[in-house]
Design a protein around this ligand. Structure first.
Ligand SMILES: O=C(O)C[C@H](O)C(=O)O
Ligand code: SF4
Length: 515
């Protein structure tokens, strides 16, 4: 095979592997989190779902999470290698992997909202080059999803931080910023997560440095002693916050912390934090520059946890919680009988609806394309493909972060009579009030468990507003045994508000100087 063709194939394999098979070091970190969790808790159940999902993604060679992120490549080339050719090969590989449903079409025109359908668009995929003295090419790829990207945060020191007070321009101020960054993410970035931190630089170089840290191995040790100590301290301390998997409470909140440092301007002191969900998809390959072949895969050290022989903990809940079968249309009376902690198993119809749908439905005089009375809306942007008979099939379909719909959700539930909304990360006071007034619940599904949920979807009965693009369209799904937890009910209770408050109390215990 010619060089270019082989190169494209190698890059296609890199993309597929990154999207579908979680690296060994990440698997080990998840295994550790699982071991730390008490059997029977919501956190343990969530981790069971997550590990089942990891197995399914690898077996099906399908995306671990439906949000296959913003593909970001870092390429190192020997002097003399044609970088333009590599960039083109990356674009071809990305487009083919998208056509094969290994990636969700994620490239959206920021002004018109039009999805290119190929993951190729203005500035996308992101490809950064560097030259080096080695005689081979290295290509690193990270697929970082939008929900965790939204939880990135940048601090400008000195700063006043909720729970921790003043953070000054020193190592202890940096410590406070990083602890705060973990707390503010709550479950919305699909905790338990990993963070990359960049100290110094300007705003953009600081974030670049933070993201660069995400390519480090989970189990490496920082060569700078102060930072090695800080990394260890951050993981240990964050895991006392009780945010837990998906923000359900629990022992595992943070699985890894990697910190890099660069110089700064005298006037600027930035601490930039890149938050990555548990679905920490990054991989790298070395390529022979003469043939285009893969000569080495990175992140191969140590044991591979397959999660295949894991014993599932029974789906037990608190003693006063119930497991309830839900079939839409749902009555107000039924919805009001549900309370926080209950587990629901949905069978029958549900409709997807996320950012574009909510923005559309809130419009003056806009009618819903279907009767939503008593129905369930699922905040989800699936990966879809067509089978031989030209029917849509769901390839990956986990929940998206619900808080983005906070300005709309309550009004839309009331306007159309919706009884349940499902997503992840929880919603705010406006929605909670509407759930109380109108009679509704918020259901939390496990973020990133896209294969697990795709398996519960037995058919696609239709689609509306497909012009919004695949992730944003309203898909009519026929589901069976689709499981989620009631985390906000019609009686004014919100597990998310409770966990945010209790974790803030825990955070505040670390206001004293440590470094
Ligand atoms: O866009 C998505 O499907 C999910 C997103 O990554 C999120 O975490 O909200
Ligand atoms: S849904 Fe969760 S697991 Fe998937 S990309 Fe978003 S933050 Fe990550």
């Amino acid at each position: 095979m010619a060089y270019l063709e082989t190169l494209e194939k190698s890059l296609y394999n890199l993309v597929t592997e990154t999207s579908t098979n979680l690296p060994k070091d990440v698997r080990r970190a998840i295994k550790k989190a699982k071991e730390a969790e008490n059997a029977g808790t919501r956190a343990a159940m969530s981790l069971d779902t997550i590990t089942t999902n990891i197995v399914m993604a690898e077996d099906n060679v399908s995306p671990i999470c439906q949000d296959t992120g913003l593909p970001t490549f870092k390429v190192y080339t020997p002097v003399g290698v044609n970088q333009l050719e590599i960039k083109k090969a990356i674009q071809t590989a990305i487009a083919s992997a998208t056509a094969d449903a290994k990636l969700r079409p994620n490239s959206v025109d920021s002004l018109t909202g039009k999805n290119s359908g190929t993951n190729i668009g203005a500035g996308l995929p992101v490809v950064k080059f560097e030259q080096w003295e080695n005689d081979y090419i290295t290509v690193k790829l990270i697929l970082k999803g939008g929900g965790c990207e939204n939880k990135n945060i940048q601090y400008s020191l000195p700063a006043e931080l909720e729970g921790l007070g003043r953070a000054g321009r020193d190592l202890d101020g940096i410590r406070k910023c990083i602890l705060h960054s973990v707390w503010q993410a709550q479950g919305q970035g699909c905790s338990a997560g990993f963070i990359g931190v960049g100290i110094g630089g300007d705003r953009s170089a600081g974030y670049d440095l933070a993201k660069e840290q995400l390519f480090r191995h989970v189990d490496d040790v920082n060569p700078i002693e102060d930072l090695a100590k800080l990394e260890e301290y951050i993981v240990k301390t964050s895991n006392t916050f009780g945010v837990g998997t998906m923000g359900f409470g629990g022992e595992a909140t943070l699985l890894g912390c990697k910190i890099g440092v660069m110089d700064r301007l005298p006037a600027s002191f930035f601490v930039s934090v890149a938050y990555n969900c548990w679905a920490y998809r990054r991989m790298a390959i070395d390529i022979n520059p003469a043939t285009g072949e893969i000569i080495n895969w990175h992140y191969q050290e140590g044991e591979k946890i397959t999660f295949k022989d894991e014993v599932q903990t029974a789906a037990t809940t608190d003693s006063d919680s119930q497991v309830v079968a839900l079939v839409a249309p749902i009555t107000e009376e039924k919805i009001r009988s549900l309370k926080v902690g209950d587990v629901v198993k949905i069978t029958g119809r549900m409709y997807t609806g996320r950012d574009a749908i909510h923005h559309h439905l809130i419009g003056e005089g806009v009618e819903a394309p279907v009767d939503l009375n008593g129905q369930i809306i699922y905040h989800c942007g699936p990966v879809m493909a067509k089978d031989e008979a030209d029917n849509w099939v769901v390839k990956a379909a986990g929940p998206t972060t619900s808080i983005r719909e906070e300005p709309y959700q309550g009004d839309i539930m009331k306007k159309f009579g919706i009884r349940a909304v499902m997503g992840k990360g929880g919603m705010g006071p406006k929605t909670l009030k509407a759930l109380q007034e109108h009679g509704g619940v918020y259901l939390n599904a496990i973020g990133g468990a896209a294969q697990y949920y795709a398996d519960c979807i037995k058919g696609v009965d239709g689609v509306d507003l497909i012009e919004f693009g695949i992730p944003e369209a309203m898909w009519h799904l026929n589901v069976e045994g689709f499981t989620a937890v009631v985390t906000m009910d019609s009686h004014g209770n919100s597990l998310h508000a409770d966990v945010e408050k209790s974790s803030l109390d825990k955070l505040a215990q670390h206001a004293e100087r440590v470094f």
